[in-house]
Design a protein around this ligand. Structure first.
Ligand code: GLN
Length: 190
Protein backbone atom coordinates (compact mmCIF):
# COMPACT_ATOMS: atom_id res chain seq x y z
CA UNK A 1 0.00 0.00 0.00
CA UNK A 2 1.24 3.53 -0.77
CA UNK A 3 2.38 5.98 1.91
CA UNK A 4 -0.06 8.17 3.79
CA UNK A 5 0.08 11.72 2.45
CA UNK A 6 0.13 14.59 4.92
CA UNK A 7 -0.70 18.01 3.51
CA UNK A 8 2.38 20.02 4.46
CA UNK A 9 1.53 23.60 3.48
CA UNK A 10 1.18 24.93 7.04
CA UNK A 11 0.29 23.66 10.50
CA UNK A 12 1.24 20.65 12.59
CA UNK A 13 1.87 18.16 9.79
CA UNK A 14 5.04 16.82 11.45
CA UNK A 15 3.09 15.74 14.51
CA UNK A 16 0.70 13.85 12.22
CA UNK A 17 3.64 12.18 10.51
CA UNK A 18 4.98 11.09 13.89
CA UNK A 19 1.63 9.60 14.94
CA UNK A 20 1.29 7.78 11.62
CA UNK A 21 4.84 6.48 11.73
CA UNK A 22 4.28 5.24 15.27
CA UNK A 23 1.26 3.39 13.86
CA UNK A 24 3.69 1.67 11.51
CA UNK A 25 3.03 3.37 8.18
CA UNK A 26 5.16 5.42 5.83
CA UNK A 27 4.22 9.05 5.25
CA UNK A 28 4.82 11.59 2.53
CA UNK A 29 4.60 15.38 2.71
CA UNK A 30 2.17 16.73 0.12
CA UNK A 31 2.83 20.17 -1.36
CA UNK A 32 2.19 19.84 -5.08
CA UNK A 33 -0.27 17.83 -7.17
CA UNK A 34 2.27 15.15 -8.19
CA UNK A 35 2.87 14.32 -4.51
CA UNK A 36 -0.61 12.79 -4.39
CA UNK A 37 0.35 9.97 -6.76
CA UNK A 38 -0.14 6.55 -5.17
CA UNK A 39 -0.86 7.74 -1.64
CA UNK A 40 -3.19 5.37 0.23
CA UNK A 41 -4.72 8.00 2.53
CA UNK A 42 -4.50 11.70 3.26
CA UNK A 43 -4.27 13.84 6.41
CA UNK A 44 -5.04 17.55 6.52
CA UNK A 45 -3.48 18.94 9.70
CA UNK A 46 -4.46 21.57 12.22
CA UNK A 47 -3.06 25.04 11.82
CA UNK A 48 -4.64 28.10 10.30
CA UNK A 49 -7.35 27.26 7.79
CA UNK A 50 -7.17 30.59 5.93
CA UNK A 51 -3.43 30.14 5.38
CA UNK A 52 -3.82 26.51 4.32
CA UNK A 53 -6.55 27.55 1.87
CA UNK A 54 -4.50 30.41 0.44
CA UNK A 55 -1.37 28.29 0.00
CA UNK A 56 -3.39 25.45 -1.53
CA UNK A 57 -4.81 27.93 -4.04
CA UNK A 58 -1.34 29.31 -4.79
CA UNK A 59 0.13 25.83 -5.34
CA UNK A 60 -2.75 24.68 -7.55
CA UNK A 61 -3.77 22.10 -4.98
CA UNK A 62 -7.49 22.79 -4.57
CA UNK A 63 -8.73 20.78 -7.56
CA UNK A 64 -6.26 17.87 -7.21
CA UNK A 65 -7.14 17.47 -3.52
CA UNK A 66 -10.85 17.72 -4.24
CA UNK A 67 -10.63 15.12 -7.01
CA UNK A 68 -8.58 12.70 -4.91
CA UNK A 69 -11.00 12.93 -1.99
CA UNK A 70 -14.14 12.71 -4.14
CA UNK A 71 -12.74 9.64 -5.85
CA UNK A 72 -12.56 7.90 -2.45
CA UNK A 73 -9.13 8.55 -0.91
CA UNK A 74 -9.49 7.93 2.87
CA UNK A 75 -9.00 11.36 4.43
CA UNK A 76 -8.66 12.70 7.97
CA UNK A 77 -8.89 16.41 8.74
CA UNK A 78 -8.14 17.80 12.21
CA UNK A 79 -9.18 21.25 13.41
CA UNK A 80 -8.13 23.60 10.55
CA UNK A 81 -8.26 20.43 8.41
CA UNK A 82 -11.93 19.98 9.30
CA UNK A 83 -12.58 23.59 8.30
CA UNK A 84 -10.73 23.21 4.98
CA UNK A 85 -12.76 20.09 4.09
CA UNK A 86 -16.10 21.75 4.89
CA UNK A 87 -18.77 22.94 2.48
CA UNK A 88 -19.20 26.25 4.28
CA UNK A 89 -17.91 28.40 7.12
CA UNK A 90 -20.16 30.66 9.17
CA UNK A 91 -19.53 34.43 8.62
CA UNK A 92 -16.46 33.81 6.49
CA UNK A 93 -15.45 32.52 3.07
CA UNK A 94 -11.87 31.25 3.04
CA UNK A 95 -10.91 28.90 0.17
CA UNK A 96 -12.44 25.51 1.04
CA UNK A 97 -12.41 22.06 -0.53
CA UNK A 98 -16.20 21.78 -0.08
CA UNK A 99 -16.12 17.98 -0.01
CA UNK A 100 -17.61 17.44 3.45
CA UNK A 101 -21.28 18.32 3.74
CA UNK A 102 -21.06 20.35 6.95
CA UNK A 103 -21.19 23.98 7.99
CA UNK A 104 -18.54 24.92 10.56
CA UNK A 105 -17.96 27.86 12.84
CA UNK A 106 -14.34 28.78 13.52
CA UNK A 107 -12.98 29.56 16.99
CA UNK A 108 -16.29 28.38 18.36
CA UNK A 109 -15.50 27.73 22.00
CA UNK A 110 -14.96 31.34 23.07
CA UNK A 111 -11.96 33.48 24.00
CA UNK A 112 -11.65 32.38 27.63
CA UNK A 113 -11.71 28.84 26.41
CA UNK A 114 -9.12 29.26 23.69
CA UNK A 115 -7.43 25.95 24.46
CA UNK A 116 -8.50 23.10 26.67
CA UNK A 117 -8.39 19.36 27.03
CA UNK A 118 -11.37 17.21 27.76
CA UNK A 119 -12.25 13.54 27.48
CA UNK A 120 -14.29 12.89 24.35
CA UNK A 121 -16.33 9.77 23.66
CA UNK A 122 -15.95 8.75 20.05
CA UNK A 123 -18.37 6.28 18.49
CA UNK A 124 -16.62 2.97 17.93
CA UNK A 125 -13.91 3.46 20.58
CA UNK A 126 -14.38 1.68 23.90
CA UNK A 127 -12.88 4.42 26.09
CA UNK A 128 -12.72 8.20 25.70
CA UNK A 129 -9.83 9.93 24.00
CA UNK A 130 -8.25 13.13 25.29
CA UNK A 131 -9.63 15.87 23.07
CA UNK A 132 -7.07 18.66 22.68
CA UNK A 133 -8.98 21.74 21.53
CA UNK A 134 -7.01 24.78 20.31
CA UNK A 135 -9.13 27.65 19.01
CA UNK A 136 -11.30 24.84 17.79
CA UNK A 137 -14.17 24.95 15.34
CA UNK A 138 -17.53 23.27 15.87
CA UNK A 139 -19.85 21.77 13.33
CA UNK A 140 -23.14 23.65 13.26
CA UNK A 141 -24.94 21.74 10.51
CA UNK A 142 -24.53 18.31 8.95
CA UNK A 143 -25.91 16.99 5.66
CA UNK A 144 -27.87 13.72 5.40
CA UNK A 145 -24.83 11.56 4.58
CA UNK A 146 -22.79 12.78 7.53
CA UNK A 147 -22.58 10.69 10.68
CA UNK A 148 -21.82 12.42 13.97
CA UNK A 149 -19.11 10.43 15.80
CA UNK A 150 -18.51 12.70 18.80
CA UNK A 151 -19.90 15.68 20.65
CA UNK A 152 -18.44 17.80 23.42
CA UNK A 153 -20.56 20.21 25.44
CA UNK A 154 -23.45 19.45 23.08
CA UNK A 155 -21.41 20.62 20.10
CA UNK A 156 -20.53 18.32 17.21
CA UNK A 157 -16.76 17.78 17.22
CA UNK A 158 -16.23 14.72 15.04
CA UNK A 159 -17.96 13.46 11.91
CA UNK A 160 -17.63 10.90 9.16
CA UNK A 161 -18.97 11.07 5.63
CA UNK A 162 -17.96 8.00 3.60
CA UNK A 163 -14.19 8.16 3.16
CA UNK A 164 -13.84 11.44 5.09
CA UNK A 165 -13.17 11.61 8.83
CA UNK A 166 -12.88 15.00 10.52
CA UNK A 167 -12.51 16.24 14.06
CA UNK A 168 -12.32 19.63 15.78
CA UNK A 169 -9.58 18.47 18.16
CA UNK A 170 -5.96 17.33 17.72
CA UNK A 171 -5.31 13.58 18.12
CA UNK A 172 -1.82 14.23 16.70
CA UNK A 173 -0.93 16.12 19.89
CA UNK A 174 -1.57 13.10 22.12
CA UNK A 175 0.02 9.65 22.37
CA UNK A 176 -3.29 8.01 21.52
CA UNK A 177 -3.14 6.57 18.01
CA UNK A 178 -6.75 5.40 17.75
CA UNK A 179 -8.05 8.21 15.53
CA UNK A 180 -5.17 7.72 13.08
CA UNK A 181 -5.87 3.99 13.18
CA UNK A 182 -9.49 4.66 12.21
CA UNK A 183 -8.13 6.35 9.08
CA UNK A 184 -5.70 3.51 8.38
CA UNK A 185 -8.52 0.99 8.69
CA UNK A 186 -10.52 2.90 6.07
CA UNK A 187 -7.80 2.03 3.53
CA UNK A 188 -8.91 -1.58 3.73
CA UNK A 189 -12.55 -0.67 3.14
CA UNK A 190 -11.59 0.91 -0.19
N1 GLN B 1 -8.75 28.49 14.56
C1 GLN B 1 -8.02 27.88 13.49
C2 GLN B 1 -8.66 28.16 12.14
O1 GLN B 1 -9.71 28.71 12.09
C3 GLN B 1 -7.94 26.37 13.69
C4 GLN B 1 -7.12 26.08 14.91
C5 GLN B 1 -6.38 24.80 14.86
O2 GLN B 1 -6.22 24.14 13.82
N2 GLN B 1 -5.86 24.46 16.00
O3 GLN B 1 -8.10 27.84 11.15
Amino acid sequence: MGPVGVLALQGDFREHQQSLERSGVETRQIRKPADLTAVSALVIPGGESTTIGRLATLYGMIEPLREAIISGLPTLGTCAGLIFLAAQVVRDSPPLLEVLDVVVERNAFGRQNDSFENPVYVEGLDSPIIGVFIRAPRVVRVGPDVRVLATYDEQIVMVRQGNILACAFHPELTDDLRIHEMLLKMREEN
